[in-house]
Design a protein around this ligand. Structure first.
Ligand SMILES: Cc1cc2nc3c(=O)[nH]c(=O)nc-3n(C[C@H](O)[C@H](O)[C@H](O)COP(=O)(O)OP(=O)(O)OC[C@H]3O[C@@H](n4cnc5c(N)ncnc54)[C@H](O)[C@@H]3O)c2cc1C
Length: 437
C-alpha cells in the first residue's frame, strides 16, 4: 500500500510493529528519543530493561514467525532454554508441581532481545531509524479529523499517513491529544503498588543447576514480599526482589541480601548468598495496571493508532506486556490487509486491540484489586475468586497446572479452566506455606 508510516518509539513494541508495517507500507520511519547502538545496552527511555523480562510462549511463537531463527540466535548468544515445569515457583498456596509441561521457555535480558530484534528490523530497506529525536506532539489537518504527521524537537514536522504511537508506559499521547483540542481517554487504573529491585550476579555455567528460573510471587491480600531469579546470557543471574502494596526491597547491598535471605524461596538466596554481584541494584516502582480506553474515544483522528504499553501497561509480574504488544502488532497488519481505507483501519484496529487486553487485564486487575479495600466490580470479583481457587489447587494437581500455564501464556482459551476450577476438590492437603520443591 502507498502509505508513509511513522512509528513513535523505537522500543520493543515500536520495533515489532515496524517489522509488520515494513511489508505493507512504502516507508516506515521509527522515531526514538534515545540513540540505541547495535549492541545490547540499557538506555534512559527503557528503565525496565534492568529487570527480568519473561517472554511468554505465545509471544515467543509470534516473534519466531516475524523473525525466523530468533530463538536459535538467542540460544547462540547464551540464553538458556528449558521446560517451564522445571522452574520452581512458589505461590502463597504452595509450590507448583515439578512436571513436564510442554511449555518451553527461553530466558534472556531485555537488552539482548531488543538488540536482536532491532538488527533484523533495520536490515529492511523500507525501515529508517531516526534516533536521538524526541516527538513533541501530533500534526493534524485543519479540521482535526486526520493526523498528518508528528512534530519533533530536531527535525520539525515529519509527514505521515499513518502514525503509530508506541511510546511506552509514560506515553505523552493524552497530553498531545489535549494540545490538539481532542478529548482525553478514559483511564482504568488498578494499582497494587508493586516495585522491583534487581541486581545482576555472576553465574557459574559449569555448575549443574537443575533449574533455570524460580519465583516467589506476591499475592493480595497478604503476601507483599517476593522474589525471582533468572539465568540469562553471558553467564549471569538476574535477581529481582518484589514488594507489593507499597513495600519495597532495599537497594543497598546488605539490605538487598537480607531481604532475599528472608524469603521462603531458597533459590533466590542460594544465588544472592553465594554468587558474585555484578554492579548495583536498581529499583522500578509504580508498576500499576493502567489501560487507556482509546477504543472508546470519539472523535478519533484518522491515521492514528496506539499500541503496547502506551495503550495499556500491566503489572509485569504476570508477564503479559511483550506478548500482548506482539499480538497487537500482528493485528494491525491484519487490519491493514483487510481494507485500504486508513480511517476505518485505525478505528477498527483500536477496537480490536482492546480485545487482546481482556484476559490479561482481567487476570492482573482481579488479583491486584485484592490490595484495595472496598467494593470490587463483579466480573473482577468472580475472576479473582476463580484464580485464588485455582492457585489453591495447583500444588496438588499437575494437570490443572499445565492447563493454567497454557492460559497464562495465552496459548489456550480460559474456557479450558472453567470446568476444573469449578469442580469441587476431592483432596485437599493441609498447607502451611509450602515445602521446597
Ligand atoms: C519492571 C518491569 C518488568 C517487566 N517484565 C516483563 C516481563 O517479564 N514480561 C513481559 O512481557 N513484559 C514485561 N514488562 C513490560 C514490558 O517492558 C513492556 O510491555 C514493553 O516494553 C512494551 O513495549 P513498548 O515499546 O510499548 O514500551 P517501551 O519498551 O517502554 O518503549 C517505549 C519507547 O518509546 C520511546 N519514547 C517515549 N517517548 C518518546 C518520544 N516522545 N519521542 C520519541 N521516543 C519516545 C522510549 O525511549 C522507548 O524506547 C515489564 C515492565 C517493567 C516496567
Amino acid at each position: 500500500m502507498d502509505i508513509r508510516a511513522v512509528v513513535v518509539g523505537g522500543g520493543y513494541a515500536g520495533l515489532v510493529v515496524a517489522r509488520v508495517l515494513a511489508g505493507r507500507c512504502t516507508e516506515v520511519t521509527v522515531v526514538e528519543q534515545d540513540t540505541p547502538g547495535p549492541d545490547p545496552g540499557h538506555r534512559r527511555g527503557t528503565p525496565q530493561s534492568r529487570h527480568p523480562h519473561a517472554l511468554l510462549a505465545r509471544g515467543a511463537q509470534i516473534l519466531e514467525e516475524l523473525f525466523p531463527g530468533l530463538q536459535d540466535e538467542l540460544t547462540g548468544r547464551g540464553a538458556p532454554v528449558s521446560d517451564f515445569g522445571r522452574f520452581p515457583m512458589l505461590y502463597p498456596t504452595g509450590w507448583t508441581p515439578r512436571v513436564p509441561t510442554g511449555l518451553v521457555l527461553q530466558t534472556f535480558s531485555r537488552p539482548l532481545l531488543e538488540a536482536c530484534i532491532r538488527r533484523r528490523v533495520l536490515e529492511d530497506p523500507a525501515v529508517t531509524p531516526l534516533g536521538g529525536t524526541r516527538v513533541t506532539g501530533l500534526a493534524l489537518d485543519a479540521r482535526r479529523e486526520r493526523v498528518t504527521g508528528v512534530r519533533t524537537e530536531r527535525h520539525g514536522t515529519l509527514r505521515a499517513d499513518l502514525v503509530v504511537i508506541a511510546t511506552g508506559r509514560h506515553s505523552r499521547l493524552p497530553a498531545w491529544l489535549a494540545e490538539a483540542g481532542l478529548p482525553a481517554p478514559e483511564v482504568r487504573r488498578v494499582d497494587g503498588r508493586l516495585s522491583y529491585v534487581s541486581r545482576l550476579y555472576k553465574r557459574d555455567t559449569s555448575a549443574d543447576f537443575t533449574w533455570q528460573a524460580s519465583l516467589q510471587a506476591t499475592l493480595a491480600p497478604g503476601t507483599d514480599r517476593g522474589g525471582a531469579v533468572v539465568a540469562i546470557e553471558d553467564g549471569r543471574w538476574l535477581v529481582c526482589l518484589l514488594g507489593a502494596d507499597g513495600r519495597t526491597a532495599p537497594t543497598d547491598p546488605d539490605g538487598f541480601a537480607a531481604y532475599a535471605a528472608a524469603l521462603a524461596n531458597p533459590y533466590v538466596h542460594q544465588v544472592t548468598g553465594t554468587a558474585e554481584p555484578l554492579g548495583p541494584a536498581h529499583r522500578y516502582a509504580g508498576l500499576g495496571n493502567e489501560w487507556h480506553r482509546y477504543d472508546r474515544l470519539r472523535p478519533w483522528p484518522a491515521g492514528l493508532v496506539v499500541l503496547g504499553d502506551a495503550l495499556c501497561s500491566l503489572n509485569p509480574l504476570y508477564g503479559h506486556g511483550m506478548t500482548v504488544a506482539a499480538q497487537q502488532a500482528v493485528l494491525l497488519g491484519r487490519t491493514l490487509d483487510g481494507t485500504t481505507a486508513l480511517p476505518r483501519v485505525c478505528r477498527r484496529f483500536q477496537r480490536r486491540a482492546g480485545r487482546t487486553l481482556t484476559l490479561p487485564w482481567l487476570m492482573a486487575a482481579s488479583l491486584d484489586l485484592g490490595w484495595r479495600p472496598g467494593r470490587t466490580p463483579l466480573p473482577a470479583a468472580l475472576a479473582g475468586r476463580l484464580l485464588h481457587r485455582l492457585l489453591r489447587r495447583i500444588p496438588d494437581d499437575p494437570d490443572l497446572y499445565r492447563r493454567f500455564l497454557d492460559v497464562q501464556h495465552l496459548t489456550a482459551s480460559p474456557a479450558t479452566l472453567l470446568g476444573p476450577a469449578l469442580r469441587p476438590a476431592r483432596t485437599r492437603r493441609a498447607r502451611t506455606g509450602g515445602t521446597t520443591a
